[in-house]
Design a protein around this ligand. Sequence first.
Ligand SMILES: O=C(O)CCC(=O)C(=O)O
Length: 286
Amino acid sequence: MNLSSNGLPIPFTPELFGPLRPSARLLSRGNPGALRERLHADGYLYLPGLLDRAEVLRLRGQYFSLFPPDLLASSTGPVDGVFSGRVPAGVPEYGVAGHPAYAFVRSAPFAHFVSNPVLSDLACQLLDGKAEMLPRRILRHFHRGTRRASRAHVDHDYMDEGSPRVVTFWIPVGDCPPQTGSLVYLEGSHRLPPEEYAPLRDVTDRPGDRRQICHDLELTARTLGRRWLYADFRAGDVMVHVPRVIHASLDTTTDAMRLSVDARFVRSDDTPDPRWLRPWSADDGA
Ligand SMILES: O=C(O)CCC(=O)C(=O)O
């Protein structure tokens, strides 16, 4: 497999990559304590098939049908989300007012999708009480050719003005193998003291933003002596992670476009970070 992140190749070797451990079996046992234990042990829960695949694919189709049709390869449909290689003229900057992603996260189909009780019931179990989804829910759409991906980071650095009792749900909206730009998690990194990875923040392609740890995933793995954990995600799978686990994404190199939602729950009796109380837009600075 040829993989890269932010344009930097990362060799797909057993030293640098390993598989995510699935936890779907724990769900069927109806034992929230075991789920919480696994989340805190691994820093994540990989839950293949948690959501109805057809429903996830419907959302994919609804989003891509908001674009002028020449975004999509000829003879393919919005549910396929296959990139034609051209971003249609006149589409505004990604995720700002006027771009389809901006309208979509404020739309009824999106609200319906994220309000699925499967997600909120699980969040309540994981947070050991009542949980509320924060209104700032991010839609991420990447296509091949941009060499843009999420740099290694921890969610805590983006939400450190509120309760730390947060869980993030990352939902691929479509099949998402590593080459389509999947999320990868640095093994056991939620247990690392932040001072240990702080020096990596000096190696960056975005010197103005200290929240990001590093854009170089090979260097990050080698410096911290840990593997990136990956999966061949399918529509319907869900990842849950804790705010201190280091994660990043790979570049999208397939014709199929990468689409995902990330949504966060906080305990309803806690005070959330105020920056997460408004719907997302790509220029909101949060
Ligand atoms: O989807 C991505 O590339 C990044 C998502 C992320 O960082 C998150 O869900 O916390």
